[in-house]
Design a protein around this ligand. Sequence first.
Ligand SMILES: Nc1ncnc2c1ncn2[C@@H]1O[C@H](COP(=O)(O)OP(=O)(O)OP(=O)(O)O)[C@@H](O)[C@H]1O
Length: 247
Amino acid sequence: MIQINELSKKYKGADDFSVRDLNLTIENGEIFGLLGPNGAGKTTLISMLSSLLKPTSGHFTIDGLNYKDNKNQLKQLIGIVPQEYALYPSLTAYENLMYFGSMYGLKGQSLKDDVNTHLEAMGLAKFANKKIDAFSGGMKRRINLISSILHNPKVLFLDEPTVGVDVQSKNVIMAHLKELNTAGTTIIYTSHHLNEAEKFCTRVGIIDHGTLICLGKPQELIAQEENTENLEGVFLAKTGKALRDHA
Ligand SMILES: Nc1ncnc2c1ncn2[C@@H]1O[C@H](COP(=O)(O)OP(=O)(O)OP(=O)(O)O)[C@@H](O)[C@H]1O
C-alpha cells in the first residue's frame, strides 16, 4: 500500500507549490492513473514517490517503508520508468539490459533468461544485438520499460510510458503492463491519454495546480458527471477548457 500524507513540493526559487498538501492511498494491485493538464504537478508527485525528488514537507510510505529509513529495501521494491530514456546509446539492447539488471544485483543465467524473456514479450528479440542509437522511439520506450522491471518490482512508477510512440508499440507496452499487474505488480502512471486510462486504470486521480481534485474508478466518475460519456468529459468538466501555457 502507498500512503501519502500532506505531501508538498515547492521548487527552489519558485513562487508557488507544484504539489500542495496531497493526501492519497493506493492499494496493492491497483493500476492507478495520475491525470492532469500540463504543469499540474504529475511528474513532481511521481518523482517524489519514486524517490527521485525530495519533498518540501509531508511524507509517504510504500509497504510501510520510507526513503529516509529504508533506502535499500525501497530500491528493490520499486521500479521507475522516467519520461526521459535512461539508456546507453552505444551499447546494444542486450548489453543495456544486462547492465541495468546488474545494478539491482542480478546476474548469471537467470538474468540472461529474464532479459531474453522480456525482449521476446516486447517483440524485440531479433534486435537484441543492435545498438540503442539505431532504435526508434517506440523501441527505446520498450527497452526503457524492461530495464526498470528486471528486478520484479512490487510497485512500478511510470511517467508517460507511451508518449511519442506509435499505436503498435503502445499496445505492446500496455499489454505488458497489464500482464505485470496481473502477476501482482502495483502500477502508478501519469498520462495524457484519457481513453487509455479509462480502459486500463482501476482508479484515476485528477490533479490540477498541485492539488488532487478528483479521485475514483473511471466508470463511476463518468456516471457521476452530467452529460458525460467518457473520462475526457470528466477531465474537462473538472479542469476547465483554459490553456495552461506558462514560461
Ligand atoms: N525543476 C523545476 N524547477 C522549478 N519549477 C518546476 C520544476 N519542475 C517543474 N516545475 C514546475 O512545477 C509545476 C508542475 O510541473 P510538473 O512537471 O510536475 O507538471 P506535470 O503535470 O507533470 O506537467 P506535464 O503534463 O506538462 O508533464 C509546473 O508549474 C512546472 O513549471
